[in-house]
Design a protein around this ligand. Structure first.
Ligand SMILES: [Zn+2]
Length: 305
C-alpha cells in the first residue's frame, strides 16, 4: 500500500499540470474511472461536477467474472484516475489495473480498511472477502480513504472534496442506523439470510443477521448437489420462510434449493431480489449506493419479519 501511495503521490504534479494547462484539451474535468457502481456513486458524491465519473460495470454485472472489453481498455487509457475495490473482487481485471498503476494514479478502496476488519473466506483458503460495501460503516471508512487520496491528487478541488466527503459520510451514518434498526426488528430466530453466493457476510456481521450463501464468496466457485441438499435441510430445520435472489447472480442454484424443500414438504418462498455486487438501474433510487442498501434492508425485513 505504501508503495502504491508513493507512486500515486509522485504523479500528483503531472495531474496538476494537466489541470492548469491554459485552454488545452486536458483543462477539462478530471476523468475518473471506477470498476463498480458503488464506487462510481461514492466518487460522484465526493467530486461533484468537478469530475467526470465513468463506471465500468453496470447494473446486473458480476464483478467476479468481469473481463475488460475493448471499450474498457480505451477508458482505462483515457482516465486520469482509476478507482477499484480490490480484495480480489475484480479477479479478471487485477493484472490490467496493477499494470496501469505504474503509469497513472490507481486507488484501491479495499486498502483503506484495517486488515483486522477484512473477513476471510471459510471455504476458499485465506482469500479476503471483497464485499465490504455491505457494511455501511466499513464502506464509509474505505470511502474516506478514497476521499483523502483524491484531495491530494486534485489539489485545486481539495476543499470541495473534503466538504463533500463530510456530507457523504454523515449520510452514510444515517443509512447505517436505519438498516441496523430495520434488521433488528426481525425476530431473532428468523434472522437468517439465504442467498446464492456469499456476498452478505459483512452485512450479517454488521447488523446481526446469520448469513448463508450457496456458493462461496466468489461466483467463480461451483456448488454441488450436496450443497443444495445441505441448504434445504437447514431451511427445513430452522423453518426459514424466505430465500433471496441476487441481481448479478443466476437464480438457478436457489431454485433447486426451493424445489428440494418443496419435495420434502416445506414451502420456502423467494423473499425478493437483493442487490449484491451491482446497483440498480441508473436514474432510479436503487441506482445509488444508499438506495441499493435501503432496498436490501427493506426487502429482507418484509420477507422475514
Ligand atoms: Zn460477490
Amino acid at each position: 500500500m505504501r508503495r502504491h501511495l508513493i507512486s500515486i503521490l509522485g504523479l500528483i504534479s503531472i495531474l496538476t499540470a494537466c489541470q492548469s494547462e491554459p485552454n488545452g484539451k486536458k483543462n477539462e474535468r478530471t476523468l475518473i474511472l471506477t470498476t463498480t457502481g458503488m464506487l462510481g456513486d461514492a466518487v460522484k458524491n465526493l467530486c461533484g461536477p468537478s469530475a467526470e465519473v465513468k463506471v465500468m460495470m453496470g447494473p446486473g454485472v458480476d464483478p467476479h467474472l468481469y473481463k475488460a472489453s475493448q471499450g474498457d481498455m480505451q477508458l482505462i487509457s483515457e482516465a486520469d484516475i482509476i478507482v477499484y475495490n480490490g480484495l480480489h473482487l475484480e479477479g479478471k481485471l487485477v493484472e490490467i489495473l496493477e499494470k496501469t498503476a505504474r503509469t497513472k494514479p490507481v486507488i484501491v478502496a479495499g486498502e483503506f480498511i484495517d486488515k483486522s476488519q477484512v473477513l476471510v473466506s471459510e471455504n476458499a483458503g485465506s482469500a479476503p472477502d471483497p464485499h465490504i460495501w455491505m457494511n455501511v460503516d466499513l464502506w464509509s471508512a474505505a470511502i474516506s480513504g478514497v476521499a483523502d487520496t483524491l484531495e491530494k491528487l486534485i489539489p485545486a478541488n481539495a476543499e470541495q472534496i473534503k466538504a463533500n466527503a463530510d456530507t457523504y459520510s454523515a449520510k452514510l451514518g444515517r443509512l447505517n442506523a436505519e438498516i441496523d434498526s430495520l434488521i433488528h426488528q426481525i425476530p431473532e430466530s428468523g434472522r437468517v439470510l439465504i442467498t446464492s453466493h456469499d456476498a452478505f457476510r459483512y452485512f450479517g456481521e454488521a447488523y446481526s443477521i446469520e448469513v448463508k450463501g450457496l456458493q462461496g464468496i466468489s461466483t467463480v466457485s461451483e456448488y454441488g448437489l450436496r450443497d443444495v441438499s445441505d441448504m434445504a435441510n437447514l431451511i427445513i430445520d430452522r423453518k426459514i420462510k424466505s430465500v433471496f435472489i441476487e441481481t448479478s447472480v443466476s437464480s438457478k442454484s436457489l431454485q433447486s434449493v426451493i424445489s428440494t424443500c418443496q419435495a420434502k414438504g416445506w414451502n420456502v418462498k423467494i423473499g425478493g431480489t437483493l442487490y449484491s455486487d451491482s446497483m440498480g438501474e441508473d436514474g432510479t433510487p436503487d441506482g445509488t449506493y444508499e438506495g441499493m442498501l435501503r432496498h436490501n434492508a427493506l426487502t429482507i425485513f418484509e420477507a422475514l419479519k
